[in-house]
Design a protein around this ligand. Structure first.
Ligand SMILES: C[S@@+](CC[C@H](N)C(=O)[O-])C[C@H]1O[C@@H](n2cnc3c(N)ncnc32)[C@H](O)[C@@H]1O
Length: 244
């Protein structure tokens, strides 16, 4: 039985334990497997969110914090980013990176929290983001509903997530890379080959583009502002507004 076929409570726990087991090598694997592309995608996400300098921004499923750092850098001294993840090891490595970071932009703090039950009041944030996290949340709809709850009406929710690349050449090439190369390299770097089989497998099966918008975004009380396909559809950015 694979993680994605487990019943919901066991699946969430298995996801947490899988991310705990790769947390220490997560950044290295990301950079190698994406050829550095993930930094460009995150920068694009920060530009699209277009925060005001004094915004209060939430980043859920923050992992080791790369998006949260980029979000904080774009804020002024009165701005704040709160970044959360339910895997303690991820929060630990994010905090290690925070310790060595020159202070610039807004304040930034990491804390452990489950995206399906966020410990924040309704309407507390101006915006919320999630990068490469929502498809791992059990279930994704509950994570999006929580993001919509804690962001004020009219505020923004941004999702950066993998899709299924298209094109007669690029599509099959990427599927070969995902199925064979990614598990091999990810497994060598982290010692956890199964995690790097799970990650591309769930990406290839997760709704993307219009399907993501109609099946997950809109039902969570979010209205699409803009969606952008990145690198032939390997990833997507969805920018939405919390309905008033
Ligand atoms: C692929 S990583 C993405 C990390 C980071 N956002 C990035 O862009 O590199 C997915 C993250 O989602 C977290 N996660 C999965 N389910 C979660 C949940 N229910 N609540 C909070 N975090 C969750 C995992 O612990 C993991 O750190």
């Amino acid at each position: 039985m694979t993680i994605d076929t487990l019943p919901a409570p066991q699946r969430a726990e298995a996801v947490r334990s899988m991310f705990g087991s790769i947390a220490g090598r997560y950044d290295r694997a990301n950079s190698l497997l994406s050829g550095g592309m993930h930094h460009l995608w995150r920068r694009k996400a920060v530009r699209m969110l277009a925060s005001e300098k004094d915004d209060r921004v939430l980043d859920v499923c923050c992992g080791t914090g790369d998006l949260a750092f980029a979000l904080a850098d774009a804020l002024g001294a009165d701005g704040e980013v709160v970044a959360t993840d339910f895997t303690p090891e991820m929060v630990h490595f994010a905090n290690e990176k925070l310790d060595g970071r020159p202070s610039k932009g807004g304040t930034l703090g990491f804390q452990q929290a489950d995206a399906t039950s966020l410990p924040f009041e309704a309407d507390w944030f101006d915006s919320a983001t999630v990068s490469f996290g929502i498809r791992n949340v059990v279930p994704p709809a509950a994570g999006l509903a929580e993001m919509a709850r804690v962001v004020r009406p009219g505020g923004r929710v941004l999702v950066l997530e993998f899709g299924q690349p298209d094109g007669w050449f690029f599509g099959p090439l990427f599927r070969f890379y995902s199925k064979h190369v990614m598990p091999l390299i990810g497994g060598l770097i982290t010692g956890q080959r199964a995690a790097y089989e799970y990650l591309p497998r769930t990406s290839l099966n997760f709704p993307a583009g219009d399907q993501f918008v109609s099946e997950l975004l809109e039902p969570a009380g979010l209205s699409l502002v803009e969606k952008v396909s990145l690198t032939n559809g390997i990833a997507w950015i969805y920018l939405a507004e919390v309905r008033t």
